[in-house]
Design a protein around this ligand. Sequence first.
Ligand code: GLY
Ligand code: MN
Ligand code: MN
Length: 444
Amino acid sequence: MIHIPKSEYSRRRKALMAQMEPNSIAILPAAAVAIRNRDVEHVYRQDSDFQYLSGFPEPQAVLVLMPGRVHGEYILFCRERNAERELWDGLRAGQEGAIRDFGADDAFPITDIDDILPGLIEGRDRVYSAMGSNPEFDRHLMEWINVIRSKANLGAQPPNEFVALDHLLHDMRLYKSAAEVKVMREAARISAQAHVRAMQACRAGLHEFSLEAELDYEFRKGGAKMPAYGSIVAAGRNSCILHYQQNDAVLKDGDLVLIDAGCEIDCYASDITRTFPVSGKYSAEQKAIYELVLASQEAAFAEIAPNKHWNQAHEATVRVITAGLVKLGLLQGDVDELIAGEAYKAFYMHRAGHWLGMDVHDVGEYKVGGEWRVLEVGMALTVEPGIYIAPDNQSVAKKWRGIGVRIEDDVVVTKTGCEVLTGGVPKTVTEIEALMAQARTQAA
Ligand code: GLY
Ligand code: MN
Ligand code: MN
């Protein structure tokens, strides 16, 4: 299995500590276990920030970084080993494992945190935490601070500054290392394989969930624990619902099916969309829209390179799509005026992409000082233009209504442009029709 090496976690902690103000402390909680219903839990997914700095996969843990602490800068509070609980729920690292396998300098039982952590915070001037994102943890933090305050008459020094950790950490997460790109390539490879399998399996009469099952099969077989987000399998007019999740309609000849799905490997997401005909052949209108979306995506790729800014790719898609819609008679007027008046938004209402990483909509600022961010090597993003013609859009000819097309790929900015991570799924009309025809011949 391809994964982030242990040495990388240590490098990240050091890099974060090097940016923290002198005499400070950073405190981050693991994700809580989420109850699905009664005794059933959701599949556990570690908090991305916590994972980024530790690779520690367990709940009920708190990570503490104390730059310059003589007895060790990296402290992990985690569950104790417990034969009875491990028999029911699985193995735990325990404090020994936290030190031996996860590089902690010091580890304590999570049940002792109220006794130990106030003593660690005391005397530090600043506390870095993800303020506001976890109210329960914020409350604990204030309780620990109040323990120190209550001892002020004994000379205890509570910290006097609280700093949002996100700025530093999320900027680090925006730039992907070689190891991260390797994991993202693997997630993309498996997801591409899953899309190919769904195209091959597609037949009229199956349900959207039949194709979702094909995706899940490839994800799990490839070693992914789960999809990076709820898979969208949207046939016919459902393709015009941007975050469609029902996935239970019947696939009909003559309709398109839009699949937006990607798996997660070692907590790194992939995010791919393909739109293909249930019958294996695009109609003239479907093909016209499809090729327009594809042309806009290609124009966007050309705008992804160091020193180009974040919005250039989006602007390129808007121009190609608007001009194309005029040519097809779906919009009327002057292209520049239509762009200025945002007329395209009736058909293309989302942006051309987002940062991609541990979170599918990854962290990182899109603007810096009010200006669009300039792209740099190692930034990862999606490129996902689309055109959606509402089934009830009375201002276009009937033959266009209900067509929804999105094409989405994942890229990493390189020195000369960008590397497409998701090239393993066919994308042109010819390629997709050939793949589907071949699958049908083989099955016959
Ligand atoms: N799958 C969500 C997105 O494409 O942003
Ligand atoms: Mn996306
Ligand atoms: Mn997507």
